[in-house]
Design a protein around this ligand. Structure first.
Ligand SMILES: *Cc1c(COP(=O)(O)O)cnc(C)c1O
Length: 542
């Protein structure tokens, strides 16, 4: 062991008290971050275009470092190997995913959070963070259900209730909601002590049914698949419901599926409506779904992980009409509330619904206590609600309204740009701030539209290859970014095609940047002359 390492080991306890030197590299990184977050990211995320395989080489040893090292040395490694090769999600040209820029104040506040290191599983390790989290959940509950002051005064800090549950993201929020739905449908009844106690097999026997079923549009998020797996319902019993031309769940098909399921002797556990689908930002017919859920007497969940904050907007709130009739609603904090990764919420209409999943333990989570861990899936949990509280307080309802309104406007404008360019095809018009499109050169568009099915298929499959290539090349170049997905637009007889997907949530994205995205894509297309030649050949077959 080097002398330097020995000295370091001896002083190891100091990492819990004072940093090794005030002018260490960490210090400078830290200062740079606090002073100019955007500038820091711009300056330090530099290694674009390196392949993942190449990066894996920097993270390939499985040996745990034997000797301690100095923080400053380690920070050098981080800067070079991790920061430099991460993704600039905050870049205004990064319009492909749901992760965007963060308000500057989140960073220093996140440090306070880390410094306090509270554990919100129980009051004993979180104190004020418990009422704060309950308040945040009440605020979100009010955003959705808008009940009066007396209601919130009664339930907000009531130990026998929870207006929602805070968790690490939309996935856990959806699972929590469906867990509540399952345990309520299969709750204690006479001799049956409930599914939580006796398990699914006994529950089905008690209900005298062949299985439980969840119905959601085929555009639903994959977290629902995880949920039905985990809850013992089975992936086969998550029924993907057909969508209409606008990617909204089709009510006629939903009704048919429900009848069929009942004829098979199964029970509908829940209908799930989506407020802002991940791929196209579409909102399902929530009001009609609520009617059907009432008719069936089943749980109605709305997955508003993405679209929930649209409720802040006076001009767009109507789009989510019916959401207030949902039994539970998922809203992600780390999406359109602009909170750092790891913040999701589910709110419940019935403040006592969570008692269906209440869990008690001897040393904490005692009955009657206000421990949040009684009804959360996760155990130890950070006080992330503080950052949602910060956003709601600092940005305010009107601030979020502005962000939402501008995002929707920007998406409309981007759609107009795409439509105005004869070499692009807008595939889905944005209902909120997500749209899809593809490169489809003007000379080809007419031919594709009139081509017989076989020829159309050939052309589309070549266009798919072009879209994939351009999307990858654009990502590697690292200037701008859109994602890609596959959709089945009715104009191609439901045949699935690959499309670019753009999410317009970064308030710093300008029209010029969006024009640049399209210009870059047109440039990149020219790198694939052999595909273009094949397209020409496919177009001339008569
Ligand atoms: C993002 C998203 C989820 C999942 O949320 P995570 O935070 O990624 O776990 C669920 N549903 C919808 C509609 C989403 O957009």
């Amino acid at each position: 062991m080097t002398e330097h390492a020995q000295a370091n080991l001896k002083n190891l306890y100091r990492i819990f008290t004072v940093p090794e030197a005030p002018d260490s590299t960490l210090g400078s990184v830290d200062q740079a971050l606090t002073k100019d977050l955007a500038g820091f990211l711009q300056e330090h995320i530099v290694a674009q275009g390196t392949s993942l395989e190449e990066i894996e080489k920097d993270f390939s040893t499985s040996a745990i470092p034997e000797d301690p090292t100095f923080v400053s040395e380690y920070t050098e490694f981080l800067k070079e190997k991790l920061v430099a090769q991460s993704v600039h999600t905050a870049s205004p040209g990064f319009v492909g995913h749901m992760t965007s820029a963060m308000p500057y104040f989140m960073l220093p506040l996140a440090r306070i959070l880390m410094a306090l290191n509270q554990n919100t599983v129980k009051v004993e390790t979180s104190k004020a963070f418990t009422p704060l989290e309950r308040q945040v959940l009440a605020m979100l509950n009010r955003l959705v259900y808008n009940r009066d002051d007396a209601f919130y005064a009664k339930w907000m800090h009531n130990s026998r209730s929870a207006l929602g549950a805070f968790c690490s993201g939309g996935t856990i929020a959806n699972i929590t909601a469906l867990w509540v739905a399952r345990n309520r449908l299969c709750g204690p009844d006479g001799d049956f002590r409930g599914i939580a106690q006796e398990g699914l097999f006994k529950a089905l026997k008690h209900l005298q049914c062949e299985g439980l079923v969840l119905l959601a549009s085929r555009r639903a998020h994959y977290s629902l698949g995880k949920a039905v797996d985990l809850l013992g319902i089975g992936r086969e019993n998550l029924i993907p419901v057909e969508t209409d031309d606008n990617n909204r769940l089709d009510m006629r098909h939903l009704r048919n599926h429900c009848h069929r399921v009942q004829e098979e002797g199964k029970r509908v556990l829940a209908l799930v409506g989506i407020a802002g689908t991940t791929e196209t930002g579409t909102i399902d017919p929530l009001e009609e779904m609520a009617d059907l859920a009432t008719e069936l007497g089943c749980h109605f969940h709305v997955d508003a992980a993405w679209g929930g904050p649209t409720l802040f907007s006076d001009s767009h709130r109507w789009r989510l009409r019916g959401i207030e009739r949902a039994d539970s609603v998922t809203i992600d904090g780390h999406k359109q509330l602009y909170v750092p990764m790891g913040a999701g919420m589910v709110v419940f209409k019935d403040p006592q619904a969570v008692s269906a999943i209440a869990h008690h333990a001897a040393y904490i989570l005692r009955p009657g206590s206000k421990d949040l861990g009684i009804h959360t899936l996760e155990g130890s949990r950070p006080g992330k609600a503080m950052l949602v509280h910060a956003g709601l307080s600092i940005i305010g309802r009107k601030g979020y309204e502005l962000l939402i309104d501008q995002g929707i406007e920007r998406a409309q404008h981007f759609a107009d740009l795409i439509e105005a360019d004869p070499d692009f095809e807008l595939v889905t018009r944005p209902e909120l701030n997500i749209l899809t499109y593809r490169y489809h050169p003007a000379w080809l568009q007419k031919i594709t539209a009139q081509a017989p099915a076989e020829q159309q298929k050939t052309i589309n499959s070549l266009l798919d290859q072009l879209t994939v290539n351009v999307q990858k090349a654009q990502r590697e170049a690292g200037k701008t970014f859109v994602s890609r997905t596959r959709l089945e637009p009715s104009r191609y007889n439901g045949e699935s095609i690959t499309v670019f997907r753009s999410v317009l949530a970064n308030p710093l994205t300008t029209d010029t940047i969006l024009e640049g995205v399209l210009a870059e894509q047109k440039e990149l297309v020219r790198c694939y002359p052999e595909l273009l030649a094949k397209l020409r050949a496919a177009a001339t077959i008569s």
